[in-house]
Design a protein around this ligand. Structure first.
Ligand SMILES: C[S@@+](CC[C@H](N)C(=O)[O-])C[C@H]1O[C@@H](n2cnc3c(N)ncnc32)[C@H](O)[C@@H]1O
Length: 269
């Protein structure tokens, strides 16, 4: 792959480099929890000083595996479904999940879509739309005949609550029988990110995260017309015995719901 300068990405778009870097770092480890040679090649083809983001960890790759598992389950039921990846950034999920039949619609802002189109392999089942997820015209591009799964990986936390709830309600009305998968952060982390800022290194502070949601508040989503069910995805086992056991305990204990960052699935009725 050619090397392309990526220093022009800023604000939330720059976070796509952060999450790509985290997945690629995990994929490059011999004991990594995700297999993704394309993520490694993509990271290496972008001119950017990733040391800027501080230390690597497995949390972002674990989140990607949780999304892959849920998407894979949906595709087993509906192999010819359309997957809409909102704010897809530099994800390489299409190639990790491709079953040869699914269709994929990738929606992100123009600078990211340009990089994806320059650097990732084309497919006649992969389309890109360079627009905001809040420009709902992307919905007109989705053929719902064989099922619709919408993913929003690492997006909603950066947005205002009203905008997120309106997007969810509109998807519920437009895609009955479909599903939406998204991750969210607990209230304390949202508060901290806005008051103090989450500083990953001396040079880099992650953008504020105004939207929070935890599993103890799913009734707020169940109250939206067109939503049939909401549940939390199980966190896949991570690397390292102690850490993965501790994480499993946190993710299985009901009384800790409001302290953990869930990956959520909404089923539209
Ligand atoms: C944290 S990154 C996540 C990227 C990718 N989903 C991942 O997990 O690696 C946030 C992404 O949201 C995109 N984004 C921000 N605002 C957006 C909007 N209104 N509509 C679509 N994408 C948006 C950014 O360009 C960036 O790619």
């Amino acid at each position: 792959m050619p090397v392309i300068d990526a220093r022009h990405l800023t604000a939330i778009s720059e976070t796509a480099l952060l999450t790509l870097h985290q997945r690629a770092a995990e994929a490059a480890r011999p004991d990594g929890i995700i297999e993704d040679p394309l993520a490694i090649a993509l990271r290496d083809s972008l001119g950017y000083d990733y040391r800027h983001f501080g230390r690597t960890h497995q949390a972002t790759a674990l989140r990607a595996v949780a999304f892959d598992n849920a998407t894979g389950r949906y595709l087993q039921m509906q192999p010819r479904a359309t997957v809409v990846a909102l704010a897809e950034g530099l994800q390489t999920s299409f190639w990790r999940l491709d079953n040869g039949e699914m269709n994929w619609l990738s929606v992100d802002l123009e600078p990211i879509v340009r990089l994806r189109q320059q650097l990732l392999p084309p497919s006649d089942r992969l389309r890109h739309l360079a627009q905001s997820a809040f420009d709902y015209s992307w919905m007109d591009q989705v053929d719902p005949a064989n099922g619709v799964l919408i993913t929003a990986e690492g997006l909603f936390q950066y947005l205002k609550r009203d905008a997120v709830l309106d997007l969810i309600a509109t998807c519920a009305a437009r895609f009955p029988g479909g599903q939406l998968i998204f991750d969210s952060v607990p209230r304390f982390l949202s508060w901290y990110s806005q008051r103090r800022g989450i500083k990953l290194s001396k040079e880099y502070t992650a953008p504020p995260m105004p939207f929070s949601l935890t599993a103890d508040r799913y009734d707020e989503l169940r109250a939206i017309r067109g939503i049939r069910a909401v549940h939390e995805l199980e966190m896949p086992a991570g690397r390292g015995k102690v850490l993965s056991r501790a994480a499993a305990l946190v993710y299985r204990t009901r009384s800790l719901q409001r302290f953990r960052a869930p990956t959520n699935v909404i089923e539209f009725g």
